[in-house]
Design a protein around this ligand. Structure first.
Ligand code: HXC
Length: 533
């Protein structure tokens, strides 16, 4: 028998320990390398631009200690243009999952310090795997976009990677909420993944999105434009409407994402999260009785009403600076999330134009997809007249809003505060589009049009022949207003469910919402409708 001496056995143990320690050390070294991204110099450059690192962004978003990283050691396998000398763990995107206020969230964060966050085959695969898991497990995806776009050295493989992401964005749409946070460049075709997601959050001064950059624009159209002018946060929040929310810095952008998530269910099969708002005090609802001015031409701020009706401090306005003639946002009624759509009489008298119609329509479709009841506040004189609006298609864009309201099966409640004229009355969450419960204030005017326009059409000849046109006009206008500019004709026909005191609005809406939370509405099966795009 070949017996090992005590000494030999001890030596063997030590060398085994050595080799397992070596393996542990090797892993720790690789982790360290991965955590360092593109290296200290590149991180310094990133921070000097006023940006955070990809990992800092994830840390700020997720509950402390909740992040599980996936595919940390993925690297590309490409040799073109010296790329084999730039093989870095993560391949320029950190992926994984964690929790935000205890709820499961999938997150990817592009790392600009590695090849400019550019997207190649391996980078794209990490994102698509994450999206597949998010859909499978029914949780939102948040993407931090900080990238030079398609990785030039990987050619068509990079483009294919974008295609693989786009198709998943579309398939996940309406199943899980998708939020894009732009925290650096997002250029070329790369902008279309954020555009396909539900919400785009941008950061002032450090983020920009455009299909073609300033140099190409200059060479093609001769126009001079800075990065900021072409696609910065202020451009996209006020002119194009691409950005739904804007943070003054990345920390604020991330806080906005968290606030947004607090109103959303994790997926389309869940109800939105209830919040205990029972301890909120300080409602002075009588103030509502005097907000609408007695002169129908006088503007007022619809936010003054919204803020008094929703649970105090629970209103997150979306696309605040874009198409300001309509207000959209999330609120809560007795703790239950709602989506709010409201005409804004202080901008364009609250008239519906192209941008307002599209803004509200997409929001309504989001709420409907994710079981969020819609509450509409109406003060609308009609669609905005003019060549510009007609030539640019107010007909098809206005139709989008009708489509969205009519298609929505979530609970739908409406409050008419003042004007509800003509086609716009029908569009703005009327009973005729299958709304569930509609209220009007005593100041409501539900009519084909305002008194002045109606009198001019109906009494054109009489006015032309009158000795004192002004007196006759005033008399006829008063008569018309008395007869038609009120809520009672519509109430008699059941087109509204009740005329209520303004100060009763909050309680009436809460009472109306309660049974509707059990609402089940089935429509005939079809592949999909044909929204007038
Ligand atoms: C490979 C890239 C890259 C890219 C940047 N880098 N973009 N590498 N592919 N697309 C690398 C740079 O070479 C550099 O590497 C490092 O990232 C940092 O970039 P800098 O230029 O030093 O940074 P900065 O000065 O901040 O400028 C950022 C930038 C610029 C404006 C984004 O890098 C840029 O213009 N990049 C190209 C943008 C672009 O045209 N992308 C293709 C878009 S078309 P080193 O080694 O020097 O540190 C597209 C099609 C998608 O994306 C189609 C989808 C269907």
């Amino acid at each position: 028998m070949n017996m090992k001496s005590e000494l030999e056995r001890a030596d063997e143990m030590l060398s085994k320990e050595d080799s397992s320690q070596q393996k542990i050390n090797k892993l720790m070294k690789k982790r360290e390398e991965a955590l360092l991204g593109g290296g200290e110099e590149a991180i310094k450059k990133q921070l000097a631009k006023g940006k955070l690192t990809a990992r800092q962004r994830i840390d700020l978003l997720l509950d402390p200690g909740s992040f599980t990283e996936t595919n940390m050691f993925v690297r590309h396998n490409n040799r073109n243009f010296g790329l084999d000398k730039k093989k870095v763990y993560t391949d320029g995107v950190i992926t994984g999952f964690g929790q935000v206020n205890g709820k499961l969230i999938y997150v990817y964060s592009q790392d600009f310090t590695i090849l400019g966050g550019s997207l190649g085959e391996a980078h794209a695969k990490k994102i698509t795997q994450l999206m597949d898991q998010a859909v499978q497990n029914g949780a939102p995806v948040i993407g931090f976009n900080d990238s030079g776009g398609a990785r030039i050295q990987e050619g068509a493989n990079s483009l294919a990677g974008y295609g693989d992401i786009f198709i998943r964005n579309v398939r996940a749409s309406g199943i899980i909420p998708q939020i894009s946070c732009i925290v650096g460049p997002s250029a070329g075709g790369a902008v279309y993944s954020p555009a396909l997601t539900d919400f785009v959050v941008m950061t002032e001064d450090t983020s920009y999105m455009f299909v073609t950059g300033p140099t190409v624009v200059k060479s093609v159209t001769g126009e001079d434009a800075s990065f900021e002018e072409l696609g910065g946060a202020s451009t996209h929040s006020s002119l194009s409407g691409i950005a739904h929310l804007v943070g003054s810095d990345e920390i604020e952008s991330i806080e906005l994402i968290k606030a947004l998530l607090s109103y959303l269910p994790s997926n389309n099969l869940e109800d939105p999260p209830l919040k205990d708002t029972s301890t909120i005090n300080g409602y002075v609802l009588e103030e509502l009785n005097s907000i609408v001015p007695s002169d129908p031409q006088e503007p007022y701020d619809m936010r003054e009403i919204i803020l008094r009706v929703v649970d105090r401090g629970n209103f997150l306005e979306i696309q605040k600076k874009y198409a300001q003639n309509i207000i959209i946002g999330f609120g809560r009624l007795n703790g239950h999330p709602i989506g709010i759509v409201a005409n804004q009489p202080s901008i364009l008298a609250g008239a519906l134009d192209i941008n307002a119609s599209v803004k509200a329509a997409r929001f309504i479709r989001f709420c409907d997809a994710f079981n969020i009841p819609i509450v509409t506040f109406v003060d609308v004189p009609g669609f905005l007249p003019g060549l510009d609006q007609e030539h640019n298609g107010i007909i098809k864009h206005g139709a989008k809003l009708i489509f969205a309201y009519a298609e929505a099966t979530v609970p739908k409640l409406t409050v008419i505060t003042r004007k509800a004229y003509g086609g716009a009355y029908i569009v703005m969450g009327s009973k005729h589009l299958a709304n569930d419960m509609n209220f009007a204030w005593p100041s409501a005017e539900i009519a084909v049009m305002g008194a002045e326009g109606a009198v001019q059409i109906l009494f054109r000849r009489e006015l032309a022949a009158a000795e004192n046109q002004e007196d006759l006009m005033t008399h006829l206008k008063d008569e018309y207003a008395e007869e038609f500019n009120n809520p009672y004709l519509a109430a008699e026909k059941g087109y509204i469910d009740d005329v209520i005191l303004p100060c009763e609005t909050r309680h009436k809406l809460i009472a109306a919402l309660w049974p509707l939370l059990r609402k089940r509405e089935r429509r005939l099966n079809k592949k999909h409708g044909n929204v007038p795009l």
